[in-house]
Design a protein around this ligand. Structure first.
Ligand SMILES: Nc1nc2c(c(=O)[nH]1)N[C@H]1C(S)=C(S)[C@@H](COP(=O)(O)O)O[C@H]1N2
Ligand SMILES: [Mo]
Length: 383
């Protein structure tokens, strides 16, 4: 990075007398940042494979615990948000190193600088795109999911490399009594403690004012998250409204569900209501981090499949009325179709589904990303 600066005869370099720009401070903040990024990576990869499982995994994805995806995606967004103040503090602690002269001392040093450049770029990119995704703002020409997923691997690799390269620094500044700490002036400790307290307070503030979007006991503190779990029709947020999806009351007038299988049939809404109904309490857990539990009633998907002469453990394709949209068509594997809690829901919290929540019928299944809880369902095709 610094190699690109024009070389001046007497470079006007700033002098840094602040003693908190040292390896001990960088290590203290870095371990929390590393933890947040590790949690974010693991939960993010989990979410990715739940959304787009490879063929061999599709029929064996666990449908239990019902709150599994809610927990892991809540953690993904919370750890990503917490990483933002941590990354800023970490960059503040180390930025005087940008001004070290000469900028490149050896091949090894050059490689180390290059790996730090990749680490910083990937880290800033992931946290920035993730943050904008949760407010559904996409000011870039690429599609978010594949790029965020690919850069996650880059970031994970750069982070591991960084830890390996800095291992000696990290281990000598890890604990209070690490040998490295003896070489640092003791009078810095109160300042360092204040700095770390400030960073901790920043992380706590960000977390407490957003985590209520998925962690219901703290929902009253949910002031900064883009969604509040209670705000929306029928007590549930709506990401894509019927209007945005081009679905109107008129579109649903002569609605029939088409179940395609060995014995295809096409029940009307009245016929579906006459079938045995099941009540389940299940959360909608959006990939953007909000989640909320609700009471759903409708017909078990496995019952619908059996009526079509198919096995209750069939893989199905679910098609929505919506004309276009990334979530118009979804596939569901055997472990989910078989689960007695997987419904074609007709009612939500005791009332007929509103148009925004997927009237006449939608999918609700346990332990699945919100994007796969298809609304305005018209077709179930046994695969
Ligand atoms: N047909 C269709 N179904 C959809 C979507 C969509 O865009 N189209 N969005 C999904 C997303 S991202 C979420 S989080 C849930 C939200 O359901 P809700 O709007 O009823 O709360 O619906 C899902 N079902
Ligand atoms: Mo979502």
């Amino acid at each position: 990075m610094e190699g690109m600066k024009p070389r001046l005869a007497t470079p006007p370099l700033p002098t840094f007398r602040g003693r908190l720009h040292d390896a001990r401070t960088a290590t203290s903040i870095g371990r929390w940042l590393g933890l947040a990024l590790a949690v974010c990576f693991v939960t993010g990869v989990t979410s990715h494979y739940l959304q787009r499982p490879p063929d061999w995994l599709a029929d064996i994805l666990p449908s239990r615990p019902t709150w599994g995806y809610r927990f892991s995606q809540g953690l993904h967004v919370a750890s990503g948000l917490a990483a933002i103040p941590l990354l800023m503090a970490k960059l503040w602690a180390v930025y005087p190193r940008l001004f070290v002269r000469p900028p490149l001392r050896s091949v090894r040093h050059a490689l180390e600088r290059l790996s730090v450049a990749a680490l910083v770029a990937a880290g800033v990119f992931q946290l920035f795109t993730g943050l904008l995704n949760i407010v559904e703002w996409y000011p870039w020409p690429f599609s978010f999911v594949p790029v965020h997923f690919a850069v996650a691997w880059l970031l994970a690799g750069a982070l591991l490399l960084h830890i390996a390269v800095k291992w000696r620094d990290i281990s000598s500044h890890w604990g209070r009594r690490s040998p490295g700490t003896l070489t640092l002036p003791a009078e810095d400790e109160p300042d360092r403690r204040s700095l770390l307290t400030g960073v901790g307070a920043g992380v706590a503030a960000v977390t407490l004012t957003t985590v209520g979007q998925s962690f219901t006991p703290l929902k009253r503190l949910d002031l900064l998250a883009p969604r509040h779990p209670d705000h929306g029709t029928q007590g549930l947020p709506v990401n894509r409204t019927a209007a945005a999806a081009g679905v109107t009351a008129a579109t649903t007038l002569d609605w029939r569900l088409t179940v395609t299988g060995p014995r295809s049939y096409a029940p009307s809404l009245a016929e579906l209501r006459a079938l045995p109904q099941t009540d389940v309490r299940l959360p909608i857990a959006c990939v953007e981090g909000w989640s909320v539990e609700a009471l759903w009633s409708g017909v078990r998907v496995r019952d619908l499949l059996e009526r079509a002469g198919a096995s209750p453990r069939s893989r199905v394709r679910v098609v929505s009325l919506e004309r276009r949209g990334a979530y118009r068509v979804m596939e569901m594997g055997a472990s989910h179709t078989e689960d007695p809690s997987t419904l074609l829901a007709l009612r939500l919290n005791g009332r007929v589904l509103s148009l925004d929540h997927g009237f006449p019928a939608r999918i609700i299944a346990p332990n699945r990303p919100g994007v796969l809880q298809t609304k305005w369902v018209v077709g179930l095709e046994v695969l």
